[in-house]
Design a protein around this ligand. Structure first.
Ligand SMILES: Cc1cc2nc3c(=O)[nH]c(=O)nc-3n(C[C@H](O)[C@H](O)[C@H](O)COP(=O)(O)O)c2cc1C
Ligand code: SF4
Length: 419
């Protein structure tokens, strides 16, 4: 057993046939839903609030409070929606794919529990178009759930009408951003909306909408079945429960690992990912994908949680851990990240449309001026900060994260390497 190893979202992976609802039910599946519909919706909301579950899609917002706001918004509205963000576009992230391919009923059950909690009328899954196996298995799971009376006009004989529809993602990174995703679901071009209003208040087609990530939904059945005290006993501080980490780079066993929050980067690297490959030594990790932060070996023993990382200026984000060895160039990696942002910028606002291109140019400039100062790097950071303050949506606010952290730990390397 590896340190802090515990499976909640991946508990059935490799153990059941993902195309068999019977297998899922035999493993205790849909018991939590049955329990939930015997309770009042507000009791379910209270349980998710008490569990301390934070969203696993990147921002780490309280899943329970979102349910509470959505359930209390616009009581006169006829429709109320649950949307599952299954777009999984963050580079280096492949955790939702594993859940969807290997245990699709788990997150569907989570969407049903959340649907009951907010008395939703419909659910939508916005699923990355390239994930053909996940699409196929989710479709099959939805059909099987419908045939069992778990979805449809009268869920489990309660009189509650709720069905879930699968929509393929439009293929842009930005469409994973929640408000852009709503535009895309409405059939429009993937441009972001201005916040507020928040989706809880005015979401899909102007109706109260609860949006969560696949992994977030996958935690809800276990919370309802085992109770909030059990859930709160796992994790570290306010970061309760487990998290899936997708470890990539020159390690011996790159992959998708679930561990209690509070696990350290060193444990993930050595006990889960099998250590660095022969002849390679650890230099850095990029945590949370392109919109994430670099850390160096001083962070190897910090327990990983939403707050603990934040205290060190780092991010957990989607749980991507890209391991960088001493033979790799931070400049090259940063350059690739900035190219990615420039490519994915939708162009709606000037600071990001022009700024993402300008950051690339700036990184390519000669580093040191004649007096040896590194004002080009200062300028790079300054521009990214201006972008973060003036861009319309979180994409334009993201480049400062990898840039700021690369400069914090690797300024001298960036200063001396060639553009
Ligand atoms: C540019 C961008 C892309 C995003 N892509 C995803 C994504 O692919 N999947 C996801 O769950 N969240 C993504 N997010 C975060 C969502 O906006 C949102 O915070 C999340 O779906 C909420 O779910 P959670 O509270 O369960 O984490 C993205 C955010 C940004 C700014
Ligand atoms: S910040 Fe970038 S991605 Fe967001 S609206 Fe502006 S141009 Fe589009």
């Amino acid at each position: 057993m590896r340190a802090k190893e515990r499976h909640i979202a991946l508990k059935n992976v490799g153990k059941i046939n993902p195309e068999s609802i019977e297998d899922y039910i035999a493993a205790g599946g849909y018991e939590a839903l049955k329990q939930a519909v015997r309770s009042e919706p507000n009791e379910i909301v209270a349980s998710i609030v008490d569990s301390g579950l934070l969203g696993r899609g990147g921002a780490g917002v309280s899943a329970g409070l979102k349910e509470q706001f959505t359930s209390e918004a616009c009581l006169s509205c006829d429709e109320r929606y649950v949307v599952c963000n299954a777009d999984e576009g963050e580079p280096g992230t492949f955790k939702d794919r594993i859940i969807m391919e290997h245990d699709p009923h788990l997150y569907i059950e989570g969407m049903l529990i959340a649907g009951w909690a907010i008395m939703a009328t419909r659910g939508f899954i916005y699923l990355r178009g390239e994930y053909t196996t996940a699409i196929k298995r989710t479709r099959r799971a939805l059909e099987a759930a419908r045939a069992e009376g778990l979805l449809g006009d009268n869920v489990l004989g309660t009189g509650w009408a709720y069905d879930i529809e699968l929509r393929k993602g439009a293929g842009s990174y930005l469409c994973g951003e929640e408000l852009t995703m709503l535009e895309s679901l409405e059939g429009k071009r993937g441009y972001p909306r201005i916040k507020p209003p928040f989706p809880a208040e005015k979401g899909l087609w102007g109706m109260p909408t609860l949006i969560n990530n696949v992994e977030t939904f996958a935690h809800m059945p276990a919370i309802i079945r085992n109770g909030t005290e059990w859930y709160r006993s796992i994790g570290i501080g306010n970061s309760t429960g487990t998290k899936i980490f997708t470890v990539s780079g020159n390690v011996n066993a790159p992959g998708c690992y679930e561990a209690e929050l509070g696990v350290t980067l060193r444990q993930l690297l050595e006990e889960y990912a099998g250590g660095m490959q022969a002849g390679k030594s650890f230099k850095a990790a990029l945590l949370g994908g392109a919109a994430g932060t670099f850390v160096d070996d001083s962070m190897l023993d910090v327990p990983i949680g939403f707050d603990t990382l934040k205290e060190h200026g780092a991010t957990l984000g989607s749980g991507a851990v890209f391991v960088i060895d001493s033979g790799q160039s931070i400049r090259e990696i940063l350059h690739n990240i900035l190219r990615f942002f420039a490519h994915e910028s939708c162009g709606k606002c000037v600071p990001c449309r022009v700024g993402t291109k300008q950051l690339l140019v700036q990184l390519g400039e000669d580093r040191a001026s004649e007096d040896g100062s590194d004002n080009t790097l200062d300028e790079l950071e300054r521009q990214a900060r201006v972008m973060a303050r003036t861009s319309l949506c979180p994409l334009g606010q993201s480049p400062i994260l990898p840039i700021g952290s690369a400069l914090k730990y690797f300024r001298s390397e960036l200063n001396t390497t060639q553009g």
